[in-house]
Write a protein that binds this ligand. Structure first.
Ligand code: 26W
Length: 824
């Protein structure tokens, strides 16, 4: 008989007792000696207690019910700070605030001490974090699996306008949220080769021999659902060398070599690759991908066996693996290996099970981001997997040959093995062949996948491809980050929207309500004032809260076109210089973006924007009407400060290139109006808010495609046809905003004028400027702007990650929620 578990809400007095207990017995401190970092640690541990009680309850329920569980595999989780969200989820915010007061402390000051765990690059990693929040909130049995990088996303600084990277040592001060589970350590085999060993009956059986062992140590981060008892687990693997293995080398007297070998193994989870565009093509990255997959499959299969023994045929009823892009595509080969080599199943049932439990989400259309691995790199690390993939491919090719005889090109395109030049394995093809569902992350994105990128597969298996538009969690991206707006909404329609975002529709009638308009404008102004203080602190630039805050926050990429935004600023500056008395709407431009350290052009664009800021911010002719701030070290925590203060949301990617975007949703949810192209989820946002409440411009995806393939895009012709554009381009050529770095920054001009302007900045320039003029005109009409902002908020219900996760559960995983009750 297990002891009863009841969740009791602590009083503020009890909660402060808890806090003092952790301060004393974890930090060894009395209150009077504790510093801010100690307050943070003690508070985190006090909240964690409530989460652990819920987690134990959740575990018990699942051990009893043995429900189907989804396992979300992702190389990245961009969690952001956890303390406030965990306080909100467990209903402890007010208790904690009072408790801190009782001790003469301030909750907000403590919250602001927390560092960001930045274990991701951008959209894909943040989406994974929103999905974990929704899975727990909706009571879906789920595990997140990832890697525990010692160094997360680099910290960004600027020196003379250039990006400089610093190591992110997020674990240095300790990370109280994680619980190391040494008892659940798993072995991982690496290296060796495949032997064909004769079996009874004369057949030969491939056998992986000569491998060595490494270990994965799980570190669990608890994820509390909002307003529910469900707590799920994000399990991050840390690589550790095998201790028994050293003894062989130690005994040969080669101590230093043994230590070196340990270091090599343990470096697997050392650092997050900071590029979210081009594949790294590095052995270590492949090792990371394999390590995530091998640890996770082992963990999931161990749990399955504890619950269901050897009844492998039950796997599709109990287990789902979701692959977050192709990075964990080796799951297909690893599940096959497990079923063949460890469970002893034959090929056909193994393959049926594998396909029934795996599914894959594609997050990018850019060809350079599609992963392929040289066989020569894979073979020495995972020879058995390579061999299994060859066999998967042989059987797949045989099956397609029947269908498309006489189309060798199609066969070549669909093969998992790329054979021209160095032999490589195409991870997207492996993921598609090995999954029962493949999804895109917005309607247009899925359509482009079907018709362009993987057309052959969509022709063959039309039902395998589905669209699930991304979403964001309303808990973090409205309730927690914008308390002013959240409570104004609560006063009108109650707080049902927090777990049912569609309810925001009930705000629609308030769009024309003068009182609500004024309230929304006042809230925006207060948020803008807060951001102005932050910009002052970070950049020493003063923002006027009555100016239009024009915001572009996202990774730095040519296709996202921060450059087009910069060209618009240059245009406004040139207009003011030509006529300083011109009536221009005052604007404050906010940029936040990290560039991959090896992405030359992205770094030049950062330098350019910083250069524009230097020229424009202090020019007396401008008289404060233009302000440009590039906020250093953009990350989740900064997003939470910028988004509530944004007026205009820049979603200006070249059409057909942004898979979905999720920042677009967060900004609109907080009452910013979008200026954007018909790309990714912008299209669905436009349909939801109505054409009058969004500023759409530019070429469509089809028009971009047409111009790029026919060579109809003519930068010089556009240059000659638009005097203002020519002026902007001349400034770029002449390094007007580049100071001493003019020679280097000329590469930007070259990309536009000499290398074909691949991202069509010139083609969309005029239409962008016009859309900006519409935005400025509407901004001057305060009630009209407020009405449009309210209509944006009211229309964002669809873009909740709760809706997205419900779709995954129904259309891909066949997963049911399980409610977690208290136990007697
Ligand atoms: C192998 C290197 C690499 C690493 C990461 C290639 C590609 C990636 C990601 C797929 C890039 C990414 O984050 N994609 C973004 O995913 C978001 C969530 O679906 C979308 O909203 C963004 O549009 C998409 O760019």
């Amino acid at each position: 008989m297990l002891p009863a578990v009841h969740l009791t809400e602590p009083s503020p007095e009890q909660f402060s007792e808890r806090f003092l207990h952790h301060l004393r017995y974890n930090c060894g401190l009395e209150l009077r000696h504790a510093r801010a970092a100690d307050h943070l640690a003690a508070l985190e541990l006090a909240v964690r207690e409530s989460m652990i009680d819920r987690e134990i309850l959740t575990r018990r329920t699942y051990d009893e019910v043995r429900p189907k569980t989804v396992n979300y595999l992702s190389m990245e989780y961009l969690l952001g700070r956890l303390l406030l969200n965990n306080l909100i989820a467990t209903g402890l915010v007010d208790t904690a605030r009072e408790a801190m007061q009782l001790m003469g402390l301030n909750l907000d000051t403590i919250l602001d001490e927390e560092p960001d765990p930045g274990l991701g690059n951008g959209g894909l990693g943040r989406l994974a974090a929103c999905f974990l929040d929704s899975l727990a909130t909706l009571d879906y049995p789920a595990y997140g699996y990832g890697l525990r990088y010692d160094y997360g996303m680099f910290r960004q600084g600027f020196e003379k306008g250039w990006q400089v990277e610093h190591a992110d040592t997020w674990l240095e001060g300790g990370f109280p949220w994680e619980i190391a589970r040494h008892d659940l350590t798993v072995p991982v085999m690496v290296g060796g080769h495949v032997d064909w060993i004769p079996k009874k009956g004369g057949k030969h059986r491939p056998t992986w021999v000569g491998w060595r062992l490494a270990y994965g140590i799980p570190h669990d981060i608890l994820v509390a659902g909002y307003g529910t008892n469900t707590v799920s687990i994000l399990r991050l693997w840390d690589a550790q060398a095998a201790s028994e293995f050293d003894f062989q080398i130690f005994s040969q007297g080669n101590f230093v070599k043994a230590v070196e070998e340990r270091e090599r193994v343990e470096s697997v989870t050392r650092v997050l690759y900071p590029a979210d565009d081009v594949e790294a093509g590095r052995r270590l990255r492949l090792m990371q991908e394999y390590f995530l997959v091998a640890c996770t499959v082992r963990d999931v299969m161990d749990r399955f066996q504890r619950r269901h023994g050897e009844a492998w045929e039950l796997l599709p009823d109990k287990v789902a693996f979701q692959l977050n892009d192709t990075h964990p595509a080796l799951t297909v080969a690893e599940v096959m290996r497990y079923l063949l080599d460890e469970a002893g199943l034959n090929w056909t049932p193994s393959w049926e099970i594998t396909r029934a439990i795996c599914s894959y989400t594609n997050h990018t259309l850019l060809p350079e981001a599609l992963e392929t691995w040289p066989v020569s790199v894979m073979e020495p690390l995972i020879p058995r997997h390579v061999q299994i993939i060859y066999e998967i491919n042989r059987r797949f090719m045989d099956s397609v040959k029947e269908r498309c005889a006489g189309d060798p090109d199609r066969l070549r395109r669909m093969s998992i093995l790329q054979e021209d030049g160095e032999k490589r394995l195409r991870m997207a093809n492996l993921a598609i062949v090995g999954s029962h569902r493949v999804n895109g992350v917005a309607k247009l994105h899925t359509e482009l996948l079907r018709t362009r990128v993987v057309k052959d597969f969509a022709d063959l298996w039309p039902d395998r491809f589905v669209a699930i538009t991304n979403g964001v969690t309303p808990r973090r991206w409205l309730l927690a980050c914008n308390p002013r707006l959240a409570s104004a909404i609560n006063r009108r329609i109650g707080d049902g929207w927090v777990t049912d975002l569609g309810r925001l529709r009930e705000l629609e009638p308030f769009a024309d309500d003068t009182e609500f308009q004024e309230e929304v404008l006042a809230i925006k102004r207060a948020n803008k004032k807060d951001l102005a203080a932050e910009v002052q602190r970070l950049c020493d630039i003063s923002f006027d809260p009555s100016s239009l805050y024009d915001v572009q926050i996202k990774r730095l990429h040519e296709y996202k076109r921060q450059l087009l935004n910069a060209m618009h600023i240059i245009l406004l500056y040139r207009r003011i210089k030509a006529d300083p008395s011109l009536d221009v709407l005052p604007r404050s431009f906010v940029f936040g973006a990290k560039a991959a350290p090896s992405y030359h052009m992205a770094k030049l664009i950062i330098r350019l924007v910083n250069g524009i800021g230097e020229v424009v911010n202090d020019d007396p002719d401008v008289a404060g009407r233009l302000r440009v701030a590039f906020l250093p070290d953009y990350r989740v925590t900064l997003a939470e400060k910028v988004i509530p203060a944004a007026d205009l949301s820049e979603q200006i990617s070249t059409a057909g290139m942004e898979a979905s975007g999720t920042g677009n949703m967060k900004l609109a949810l907080n009452g910013a109006l979008t200026i954007g192209t018909l790309d990714g989820a912008n299209i669905e946002i436009k349909d939801a808010v109505g054409e009058d409440n969004i500023f759409i411009f530019g070429l469509t995806a089809a028009e971009v495609e047409e111009r790029l393939t026919t060579g109809a895009h003519r930068p010089w012709k556009l240059y000659r046809g638009d005097e203002e554009l020519a002026g902007v381009l001349d400034d770029l050529r002449d390094g007007v905003f580049a100071g001493d770095d003019a020679p280097q920054l000329r590469d930007i001009w070259s990309a536009l004028m000499e290398h074909g302007d691949r991202y069509m900045c010139l083609a969309d320039f005029r239409s962008y400027v016009e859309a900006q003029e519409h935005a400025a005109a509407l901004y001057r009409d305060r009630p009209a702007w407020a009405a449009a902002a309210i209509r944006n908020i009211a229309a964002m219900g669809y873009f909740s990650s709760d809706r997205a996760i419900t779709q995954y559960a129904n259309e891909i995983w066949n997963l049911e929620p399980v409610s977690v009750e208290e136990h007697d």
